[in-house]
Design a protein around this ligand. Structure first.
Ligand code: UDP
Ligand code: MG
Length: 315
């Protein structure tokens, strides 16, 4: 029988894990002719998430768990899950039921039919989210899609179900700075988008502050576009052109009227302005250099402290 692996990254989800499992396993029982394994990845939680998961594993042999040595972030946790998934189909879901398990049968059918390699969920609205956050999110998608050749779909969740082939492709992208929305799209394959409304989390609270999201967005742009680097070159050319016009102007004025040594305040403004632009451009280059530095170190994306469960399959 075929196997479906459901990967659930959990960070301080003590309050949500049990409900997630109850809802999802109820749906999975209705799935025809497939075995299911759950892989809960405890991403260095500081609450009782791991003990809740271990209890689930005692009750149900289909539950496996991986505990990371510290908080590596959702991207790291997801990668850990993908590496350990044995399924012919692999699904990624949030622990807070914002990814409705009711969609699983539809996703599975889509991929199983062979017509698509991946069925992914995107939300069509941002109901229940602070308006400012939604606005920034929309701007982010506009900017990144202008800058990057990889299409980043607005509202795409990480909730998706993939074939083994696509999972293996994703595992070949071992970059340290992971931006999944881009990685899923970069590997290609045929993806069907299933639309759903925004659902608010069942329990606990979001791990993403506005600032964290902003940094994540910038990381995404740097990871999937080199367009910002071109800004420096373009600005350089623009200012060279301006300087050329200014030189001609100054020479002509000197020849015609003579004595043109004035305008010190405006000179100071120009120098400050250009210094600002230069530092800004060096900053952009620095960002890419920093990311390159982290990649070159070749550190592992996550470290495992312990793992277990899955008695159904391993023994
Ligand atoms: N998560 C994680 N590590 C982190 C942050 C989040 O594994 O450092 C998990 C979290 O437990 C949840 C999923 O990623 O299952 C999505 O997180 P959250 O619901 O906080 O994000 P939001 O839905 O608000 O975007
Ligand atoms: Mg959530």
């Amino acid at each position: 029988m075929e196997l479906l692996s459901i990967i659930v990254p959990c960070f301080n989800e003590e309050a949500a894990v049990e409900t997630f499992y109850t809802h999802t396993s109820a749906v999975c029982e209705t799935l025809p002719e497939i075995r299911v394994e759950y892989i809960f990845v405890d991403d260095g939680s500081r609450d009782g998430t791991l003990s809740v998961v271990k209890k689930l594993a005692e009750r149900d042999g289909a539950v496996r768990w991986l505990a990371l040595s510290r908080n590596f972030g959702k991207e790291g946790a997801m990668f850990a899950g993908l590496e350990h998934a044995k399924g012919d189909y692999v699904a990624v879901m949030d622990a807070d039921l914002q990814d409705p398990p009711d969609l699983l049968p539809e996703l599975l059918e889509t991929v199983r039919s062979g017509e698509y390699d991946c069925a992914a969920v995107r939300r069509v609205d941002r109901k229940g989210e602070p308006p400012i956050r939604s606005w920034f999110a929309r701007q982010f998608y506009k900017v990144i899609n202008k800058m990057s050749k990889t299409e980043i779909v607005d509202g795409a969740r990480d909730f998706r179900l993939m074939s083994r082939q696509m999972t293996d492709a994703i595992l070949r992208l071992t970059e340290y700075n992971r931006f999944s929305k881009g990685i899923f799209s970069w590997v290609g394959f045929r993806t069907k988008w299933v639309e759903t409304e925004n659902i608010e989390r069942s329990a606990g609270e979001s791990k993403w502050s506005f600032f964290k999201l902003l940094v994540y967005a910038l990381d995404g742009i740097i990871a999937f576009s080199t367009a910002p680097l071109a800004i420096a070159s373009v600005l350089g050319l623009v200012f060279c052109a301006i300087a050329f016009v200014a030189i001609v102007f100054v020479i002509v004025r000197q020849l015609l009227w003579g004595g043109s040594a004035f305008g010190w305040p405006s000179l100071v403004c120009i120098i400050l302005f250009l210094a600002g632009i230069q530092l800004f451009c060096i900053g952009i280059v620095g960002q890419y250099l920093a990311k390159t530095y982290l990649e070159v170190k070749g550190r592992p994306i996550y470290l495992l402290r312990e793992s277990g469960g899955g008695d159904n399959h391993e023994k």
